[in-house]
Write a protein that binds this ligand. Structure first.
Ligand SMILES: Nc1ncnc2c1ncn2[C@@H]1O[C@H](COP(=O)(O)OP(=O)(O)O)[C@@H](O)[C@H]1O
Ligand SMILES: [Mg+2]
Length: 240
């Protein structure tokens, strides 16, 4: 086990956005997190990376309690993330965007540049390295977001809707890239609405609704769970 959240709770004013959620993630796993809009998925990522503090509960990474550590420290320990709302530095080139991210681990500018170029090649974005980030298509922007998070050399990567807004070809490319990242030994927690993505690549899935756990299991178990079907999937996704 590489990662655990234990009884995490997050209140925004009177609203329990996350209400007593617990799960464990094994090393090398792709762990899916699903739920309707507003069910607390992004908030869970914000708690893990400490953009927000938990109201209560604990978060463990490699058996260390990281609940109160600062965001940069958590990233330095090896937890990388993407953002649902992609915010590249539009006035910088693609390469400079990735170099800026690589500095979280790199010793110096040439080291950061080397990491950035390698990561761009790995993510098949190297042919776009010299253009401004704001000129990228949505699909390329999502890929840049993954490239930036990978350049921080995470061992655990949190992906928040990185396939949203992609066309079918780009969705397949995103699936390939996520599998390739996982093949490097990087553990992944993925939030995704596109069922093809989440059901194809997740080893296990944790489903939430209104901030609370409703199911956990293999993709097939979760897809056939009555509470998940009612809250989220609708009958059309149920299969045997
Ligand atoms: N910074 C915030 N301040 C107040 N409420 C928030 C904040 N972030 C999220 N929420 C609320 O918490 C709930 C869960 O949101 P979110 O985690 O973004 O859901 P999801 O990612 O599953 O769509 C929603 O009701 C949302 O409005
Ligand atoms: Mg979200």
């Amino acid at each position: 086990m590489i990662f655990e959240v234990k009884n995490i709770v997050k209140y925004f004013g009177g609203l329990a956005a996350v209400n007593n959620v617990s799960f464990k993630v094994n090393e090398g796993e792709i762990f899916g997190l699903i739920g309707p809009n507003g069910s607390g998925k992004t908030t869970i990522f914000n708690l893990i990376s400490h953009f927000h503090s938990v109201t209560s509960g604990n978060i463990y990474f490699n058996d260390m309690d990281i609940t109160t550590l600062k965001t940069h420290k958590i990233n330095h320990l090896g937890i990388g993330r993407t953002f649902q709302i992609v915010k590249p530095l539009g006035r910088l080139t693609v390469l400079d965007n990735v170099i800026a991210a690589a500095f979280s681990k790199a010793q110096n500018k040439s080291d950061a540049r080397k990491i950035a170029l390698e990561t761009l090649e790995f993510c098949r974005l190297d042919h776009r390295k010299d253009i401004l980030a704001k000129s990228l298509s949505i699909g390329e922007r999502k890929r840049l977001e993954i490239t930036r998070s990978l350049a921080t050399k995470p061992t655990l990567l949190l992906l928040d809707e990185t396939a949203a807004g992609l066309n079918p070809t780009e969705v397949d490319e995103a699936i390939d890239l996520i599998k390739k990242i996982n093949d490097k030994g990087i553990t992944i927690i993925i939030v995704e609405h596109i069922m093809k993505v989440i059901m194809t690549i997740s080893h296990r899935i944790h489903a939430i609704n209104f901030g609370q756990t409703i199911a956990e299991g293999t993709p097939q178990e979760v897809a056939n769970n009555p509470a998940v079907i009612e809250a989220y999937l609708g009958e059309q996704y149920a299969h045997s």
